[in-house]
Design a binder for this molecule. Structure first.
Ligand code: AMP
Length: 548
């Protein structure tokens, strides 16, 4: 008697947009005003760099603003790294003993643009892994990394903690290698648990939850690839497709389940998916997973897993309202690894152009922009809209104008969603319109331009959307329409533009630069800001009564 939860698994808003001014903001931006004067560099002459080396270097592509959150206030001391042969000396590294904090030993380690905070974070055993050869990981597990030169910064910092069984919050953009940052430890978790145990009819040991079906499939592809050289099997469970093959996979015995919450919950209720042995859980795009729409079902699913489990959360943005919630699910002392900035910040490889215009002028302007950005009709351009209906209308308008375009939104049959995405990815139709269902986590190569036809409901979503371009060290352009209706988000957008050194149009400034205090969807205006690495909080053990 599986209840349908799939409606929950949609990244689009289902209600009318919040009135201007009610949208949340990033509280950390409050301090922005007090900080240095911003210089708006003219980036509009930046050329798009299309070169790609055969071995990709991820650490070149995320130098956003160096993580400085804990700097300044605390006394720094040089941390001497263990000179294990497999770990290189980290240059310019500082370790802050934060003291207190849930049992003491909390440390903050800053290494270039990566900041690590958590209990004993500065210990030698948690030193960054600088090479695959020196990682200590078995060769067959590293088979999937063969095409890469070295571990990406998030992998380099997260692996030692995750392999040691620590709970971890990873803040890193999609495209930074975060899937393998949790994927390799997940495979290792399975291998260590399976040792000397029967493998037939096995229940899964790891669970990865994703807010969208497309992201789940993408993660599953990576996990299947990572597992095939070492016999670790994964299955992707997501809605909109037949349950039959998913049930068969589960019955044949599987190691890792990747999926969207709705379908997983359905299969649990049907009695065909047992998570009782799951002791390694990942919430990808964790802020979205803990968003109001997902919280109950996530809670319920976690209630089915082992009470003693390793919990991992990854996200590119980390708004304060989810910090407290995240704490409920984790060890009181999770390690936090931040690549780039924890503050709301856009990828600096993306040139952001914001155009303030009238609502009704957008159609003509969109066509003009496509003439400019998509003249060849060969380069990938992604247009974001807010609502499913809007997708259909804009798609029809463009098709009538002779543009070849596909679209993706939550009301489409999964088969059509998958087909549209693959046509866009393989270049058969390099123009796609999407709702925010495509804003998160998707690793689509070479998206040259993102056009925000409608501004999203939150600035976090804006950052996610424009993050679809400017990936793998390439430059990208994000052209955004901003209307009177969006004025409540003007202040936050101004801050994001300034932080990235982009031009702030006068017309945008006219809406004011006030940034409203963020409200928690769960705790409302009385929400108390607590950072993720704050001490206290108890790990909650779920039982069946948590099910809704
Ligand atoms: P993400 O979506 O963050 O998992 O990033 C995925 C992209 O990063 C894929 O294109 C991977 O091929 C690539 N990737 C993963 N690990 C590395 C690495 N160590 N070096 C270079 N690229 C990597």
């Amino acid at each position: 008697m599986g209840r349908k939860h799939d409606a929950v698994v949609a990244a689009e808003p289902v209600a009318v947009p919040s009135p201007a001014g009610e949208a949340p903001n990033s509280p950390k931006l409050k301090s922005e005003k007090k900080k240095k004067k911003h210089k708006n560099k003219d980036k509009h002459n930046q050329e798009q760099n299309g070169t790609a080396s055969p071995k990709r270097k991820l650490d070149e592509i995320q130098p956003r603003n160096a993580a400085e959150s804990d700097k300044g206030k605390k006394k720094k001391k040089k941390h001497k790294r263990d000179s294990e042969e497999n770990v290189e000396e980290t240059k310019a590294e500082s370790v802050d003993g934060a003291g207190g904090g849930g049992g003491g030993g909390d440390e903050s380690v800053t290494d270039g643009h990566v900041a690590v905070t958590g209990k004993n974070a500065g210990e030698a055993k948690y030193a960054p892994v600088k090479s695959f050869a020196g990682s200590g990981l078995p060769e067959n597990v590293l088979e999937c990394c063969k095409g890469f030169e070295k571990p990406s910064p998030i992998q380099s910092r997260a692996w030692p903690f995750l392999l040691d069984g620590r709970d971890l919050i990873g803040i890193a953009a999609t495209g930074s290698g975060k899937t393998l940052a949790f994927g390799i430890p997940a495979v290792m978790h399975v291998l260590s648990k399976r040792k000397n145990k029967a493998v037939k009819g096995r229940n899964p040991l790891c669970l990865v939850l994703s807010p969208t079906r497309e992201l789940a499939q993408q993660i599953s592809d990576v996990m299947c690839d990572a597992g095939k050289s070492c016999g670790v099997e994964s299955v992707c469970l997501y809605g909109g497709t037949s349950k039959g093959p998913q049930i068969s996979s589960l019955k044949s015995g599987i190691d890792i389940v990747i999926g969207t919450p709705g379908r997983i919950q359905d299969l649990i209720e049907m009695g065909v998916c047992s998570l009782k042995d799951v002791s390694f859980v990942v919430l990808d795009e964790a802020d979205r997973m803990l968003d109001m729409g997902f919280e109950q079902v996530v809670r319920s699913i976690l209630g089915q897993t082992c009470s003693v489990r390793q919990m991992v959360m990854f996200s590119a943005t980390w708004p304060l309202p989810v910090h407290q919630l995240a704490q409920e699910f984790m060890d009181p002392n999770p390690v936090k690894v931040v690549v780039g900035s924890e503050d709301l910040a856009a990828n600096h490889d993306v040139m952001q152009i914001v155009e303030v215009l009238d609502d009704r002028a957008r159609d003509n302007r969109l066509v003009a922009l496509l003439e400019k950005y998509h003249k060849s009709q060969r380069n990938r351009v992604l247009i974001f809209v807010l609502y499913k209906m809007e997708t259909t209308r804009v798609e029809r308008m463009l098709q009538q104008g002779g543009w070849k375009v596909v679209s993706i939104h939550g009301d489409k049959a999964q088969h059509d969603r998958t087909k549209a995405l693959s046509l866009f990815k393989n270049g058969s139709c390099p123009l796609m319109i999407a709702t925010d269902v495509a804003a998160r986590g998707l690793d689509i190569p070479d998206v040259e331009v993102v056009i925000n036809y409608s501004f999203p409901l939150t600035t976090e979503d804006y950052v996610h959307r424009i993050g679809r371009t400017g990936r793998s060290g390439k430059k990208g352009v994000a052209h955004t329409f901003f209307t009177q209706q969006n004025k409540g988000l003007a202040g936050e957008l101004v801050n994001v533009l300034r932080e990235a050194g982009q031009i702030v149009p006068d017309a945008l400034l006219k809406f004011g630069t006030h940034v409203k205090k963020k409200e928690s969807k769960l705790y409302g205006a009385h929400f108390k800001e607590i950072s993720a690495d704050a001490p206290k909080s108890q790990k909650i053990t779920f039982d069946n009564s948590d099910e809704d």
